[in-house]
Design a protein around this ligand. Sequence first.
Ligand code: ZN
Length: 477
Amino acid sequence: MLGNRLGEWMKTYGFLLTALALFVSAPALAQAQAAPEGTPANARPIVLHAARLFDVESGKIVTPGEVLVEGDRIKAAGASVEHPAGAQVIDLGDTTLMPGLIDAHVHLFLHPGTAEDLQTVVESVPERTIQATLSAKADLMAGFTSERDMGTEGAGPADTAVKRAIDEGLIPGPRLRISGMAISILGGHEDAIGFNPEQHVLGNADYANDAEQIVETIREQHKEGSTFVKVYETGRDQMVPAGSAPCLGDPVCALNQLGPQQGDPEFWEFHTPYQYTEDQLKAAVAEAARLDTNVGVHDQGEPGALFAVKAGVASIDHATQLSDVTMQLMKEKHIPAVPTFTIFEYFADHAPTPEAAAHEHAMLDYKIHEFKRQVAAGIPFAVGSDVGPFPHGTQAREFELMVKYGMTPAGVLQADYLNGAKILTWQNEVGQLRPGYYADVIAVPGNPLEDITAVEHVQFVMKGGVVYKEQGVASRE
Ligand SMILES: [Zn+2]
């Protein structure tokens, strides 16, 4: 059905393809046009060959590595696979074959250059949607074949259009889980606080102030095309000197409290108010479950993290401060934390004033300190970068930072593939090179278990059997 509609569309709007050709590499476009989601991408089977293959389940490297692709699915994978008559063999040389990367926390509708909270104020939704299509392409070319978009941040349900265009093969981009806007309370996290009230500046989330409104908002977002629910559970965040009172949202007060011990993580206390009670979050989780999906929360710390974990959310995003009780429950219920180090690092390195930089660095230092406790406690993790405020396509740095602060390369990759697929509810579709899974395959130079930064230099990208990027192909027959 989609194929017929696509054919009609192309007859009518063929001129647009000329514009698209500037935007997608020619071979990828040719295949993308012929291969809307769910239809066979290739008439010929493809055998991918490389020096190595990462086996996700065992966390080990297999040598050499081969993947047999038929249509949009993997037929076989391992050290060697059958080479059917007529198959195209693509030799990727000294690389490692891996499943496409998963980013469990992105914002396709955000870009660097304009303050995050001002993009919804100064840019129109059509303008932001064009940005989102560029973001989707950049992420795919960096090897991310599945993503969870954690809120359009003021662009309403425009993510539905981006997802549909990707699924129909009109533009390149990852498989997407989308939420529309986040759900938040009046006067809550990122609700355009501090502007002239007469201007009635819009926040970047949909308001819901009690359980009934949460359910109503989820139903409205579902009608508009959302495929999971994003809730802001905490904020605004503050680092304050130990023993002093939080500044109740006054940034000048907070900055004035910075003292000579600002580099000492033991000196600081982290404060973040919760937004919803455990019962209100339970209402969100129950409504999402009724729609066969789940809830992801922006959740920086306690007591909001405990409320969210007790309510049964799919993941705790940012997870800067987790109590021992919360961590124990996360282990028992297998709820991953998504640390999003890259955004913390970016804000610390790009703060507008030295005082703001000191505050951001204090928060990053505290976060690293707490992450080491979380790793030691053995809680599950997934990999999400919060890309958007920093450039799309650069977010594989998240893997490097999670290794730098205490995880093994194999541990981070397994967290990304297995827990990422689970919170995107695609655990039998993506995240492993196994028969029946989508043919989402990347190749990285060298061995990522020896040098995790290999994932920041993805050379080859296949999604659903369609090749979108090919660098360093040794041979093709
Ligand atoms: Zn985010």
